[in-house]
Design a protein around this ligand. Structure first.
Ligand code: ADP
Ligand code: NA
Length: 325
């Protein structure tokens, strides 16, 4: 199928990885070998996670990304399709598929090495093929596990077609051109990414350490992150700061901050909770929800995702959602 045929209201553009997970008694030091448990292979990657989270909630969603010709490519495509994600915009190239090598120790601590593989070969030239889908989508959701210049090219085209962009600058902040940051609606960050954003913003005029001190609560830290983004002169159209068990804070450009608490749950594994949150948020925005309502839905999805092991296996259907806090 060509891009002309894809008219999903939500288009996720980004990464897809095979997560290769081994439990270990402790992480190996350089030069050391440790014996672990059996290898488990799970579909992952922030882009694919977002798309699957949305699909499981009933979204009409397409994913645009890149896999290799090794055994992981078909496995990941199959997983996306089984969840009902439109994969007609996924390209296959001659190299390796993206892989995350993950060891988890007895304390539940992760050590992760990512080989971007085909994700790293998703170049701006490949964005041409996405043009009709980018134009038709109501919302395009982006993360930063593909080259930044490709993300910038997608954003440039979304600006030209007036398509709304949701961006989660994960796994690491990119010194985004101000016009790109200004397009994000919303810019979705967790507490770590919010602190990075504060460090990266031109915080002239704010107090010396706009992150505040350790005595600040999560709400205060989120407030400081939003203020720092505003002070940078490139305020996103809207901002969402996710706060783990404390839910999330959202703010429209120049508007008041709204705190949306998460429903109380017993957390088992928080892997991929942020991706579930963002996939759900992007879908609700594509349906036309106001930001605070979409965040209210997304915190329930994030909360459900922490109640079971893994990322995609823990993503809820509507029937699995806890009631609002
Ligand atoms: P990330 O996974 O990117 O670090 P967060 O930890 O902020 O992001 O979690 C994202 C969302 O998942 C939160 O906004 C919330 O909705 C949900 N969530 C995460 N941890 C918990 C928790 N312990 N209890 C309830 N909800 C949670
Ligand atoms: Na989980």
């Amino acid at each position: 199928m060509s891009a002309d045929a894809v008219a999903a209201p939500l288009l996720v553009v980004g990464s897809v990885n095979a997560d290769l997970v081994v439990r270990v008694p402790r992480h190996p030091r350089p030069g050391e070998t440790v014996l672990g448990g059996d290898l488990a292979v799970h579909p992952g990657g922030k882009g694919a996670n977002q798309a699957v989270a949305a699909a499981r909630l009933g979204a009409d969603v397409a994913f645009a990304g890149r896999v290799g010709t090794d055994a992981y490519g078909p496995l990941l495509l199959g997983a996306l399709r089984r969840d009902g994600v439109d994969t007609s915009l996924v390209a296959t190239d001659d190299g390796a598929t993206g892989v995350a090598l993950i060891t988890v120790d007895d304390d539940g601590e992760n050590a992760i090495t990512v080989s971007p593989g085909a994700n790293g070969r998703f170049t701006p030239a490949h964005v041409d093929a996405l043009e009709p889908a980018l134009r038709r989508a109501r919302v395009v959701s982006l993360q930063l596990e593909i080259p930044h210049e490709t993300v910038a090219e997608v954003m440039r085209r979304c600006a030209a077609s007036g398509t709304r962009v949701v961006l989660n600058p994960s796994p690491g902040l990119w010194a985004m051109p101000p016009h790109a940051l200004g397009m994000c609606d919303p810019f979705v960050v967790n507490e770590h990414e919010a602190a990075d954003a504060v460090r990266g913003a031109d915080s002239a005029g704010l107090e010396p350490d706009p992150r505040g001190d350790a005595s600040d609560g999560p709400l205060e830290r989120a407030r400081r992150a939003v203020l720092a983004l505003r002070a940078s002169g490139a305020e996103p159209r809207s901002v969402v700061v996710t706060l783990g068990a404390a839910g999330a804070v959202c703010a429209e450009n120049g508007g008041d901050l709204v705190h949306v608490p998460a429903p109380p749950v017993h957390p088992v594994d928080t892997t991929g909770a942020g991706d579930a949150f963002t996939g759900a948020l992007a879908w609700r925005l594509a349906l036309g929800d106001p930001l605070a309502d979409a965040v209210g839905y997304a915190v329930r999805v994030g909360a459900a995702a922490v109640t079971a092991e893994g990322a995609q296996p823990s993503y809820p259907t509507p029937a699995d959602l806890p009631p609002p806090a």
